[in-house]
Design a binder for this molecule. Structure first.
Ligand code: PMP
Length: 343
């Protein structure tokens, strides 16, 4: 195990902060009379949710074969990104490293905290150049590296993630929001080896629960305790917690969702071959395609005109649009419009 002095990376005021502890959630009662939280005694959702998210963590601990103390639950993984930055990055002083292009929210939350954002440009295959990484980590003082794999918006998994965890002198957050679609192994086993690793997963993608807003962080007990210290006590509502707990037992749901999406991916790939306006379809390990077009503006506007919403990545990724894999009906609509464009 590579030992890190995690405390030396944490903001000093956070180390001194006492977490909010709900007495009720941290003790066992048989049939309590609840007069401690100024709730209404009436109604179906009158009680605050469990601030420790015990049941969900126990379920995840079983499924992932990990300790309950190594799990934090966020209001989507977006919230966890924000909390991780809050724990480690001194406002106006510290810097984060993110890949370019990658998921914009790492930079967004760093900016709110007035942290500097250092960008690691990916090569033409959207891979990290190891020499470039080593160089950038040498010339910059960096607190957190956000490594997204499969990466959004490029769609590919990053090779040899362990190299970056091993060679980064700070916290590495591996964001696995799309891992279920990739068929590749999660980095969760690396938690035993590296105390500077935080893994993010979400119920928003393969689990089909974006509306519930539930994201998960896996890390060491020490880091999880810090994330829990800075989170809002009741950050995930009881409706969402119950729904997600229910869903984990219905494991086939996620398998079926992934299988359907993978089927649609292979159907779309065949359809794309005969579409003239497409220049290049990048390989995908996720539930979306990054596609290069001959005339990106024309394609984007044409799709929008038919109320088909896509994500234009041009000019950051020249001539490219990121397009989500829909259900068959939606994908047929997409293909019909693309086929109607001459070139
Ligand atoms: N990470 C990545 C790479 C994403 O693409 C997204 C959502 N688009 C998120 C995290 C946030 O997901 P959520 O907050 O819904 O869990």
């Amino acid at each position: 195990m590579k030992e890190f002095n995690i405390n030396s990376l944490v903001r000093k005021n956070i180390l001194e902060l006492q977490p909010y502890i709900s007495f009720r959630d941290n003790n066992e009662f048989e049939n309590p009379v609840l007069l401690d939280a100024n709730e209404s005694p009436f109604g179906e959702f009158n009680r605050y949710p469990d601030s420790t998210q015990k049941k969900l963590k126990q379920k995840l601990a079983e499924v992932k074969n990990i300790s309950v103390n190594q799990i934090a639950v966020g209001n989507g993984s977006d919230e966890l990104i924000d909390l991780i930055i809050k724990v480690f990055c001194e406002p106006k002083t510290d810097s984060i490293l993110m890949m370019n292009p990658s998921f914009a929210m790492y930079g967004f939350y760093a900016s709110i905290n007035e942290n500097k954002i250092v960008k690691l440009n990916l090569n033409e295959n959207f891979e990290i150049d190891k020499d470039e990484f080593l160089n950038i980590t040498k010339v910059n003082q960096l607190k957190i590296f956000f490594l997204c794999s499969p990466n959004n918006p490029t769609g590919n998994c990053i090779e040899d993630i362990e190299f970056y965890i091993k060679n980064f002198n700070g916290i590495v957050v591996v964001d696995e929001a799309y891992i279920e679609f990739s068929g590749k192994k999660s980095c969760i086993e690396l938690l035993e080896k590296y105390s500077n690793l935080i893994l993010l997963q979400t119920f928003s993608k393969a689990w089909g629960m974006a509306g519930a807003r539930v994201g998960i962080a896996y890390s060491s007990d020490e880091i999880i305790k810090l994330i829990n210290t800075v989170k809002a006590p009741y950050n995930v509502n009881s409706l969402s917690l119950n729904k997600v707990i229910e869903l984990i037992d219905m494991k086939d749901v996620v398998n079926l969702n992934v299988e359907n999406t993978l089927n649609e991916i292979s159907w779309l790939k065949t359809e794309f071959q005969s579409i003239k306006c497409i220049k290049k379809v990048y390989p995908t390990d996720a539930n979306f395609f990054l596609i290069e077009f001959e005339d990106v503006e024309k394609v984007y506007e044409k799709l929008l005109g038919k109320e088909i919403l896509t994500s234009k990545r041009s000019p950051q990724i020249p001539n490219c649009i990121r397009i989500n894999v829909g259900n068959r009906e939606e994908n047929i609509q997409l293909i019909d419009v693309l086929k109607s464009i001459e070139s």
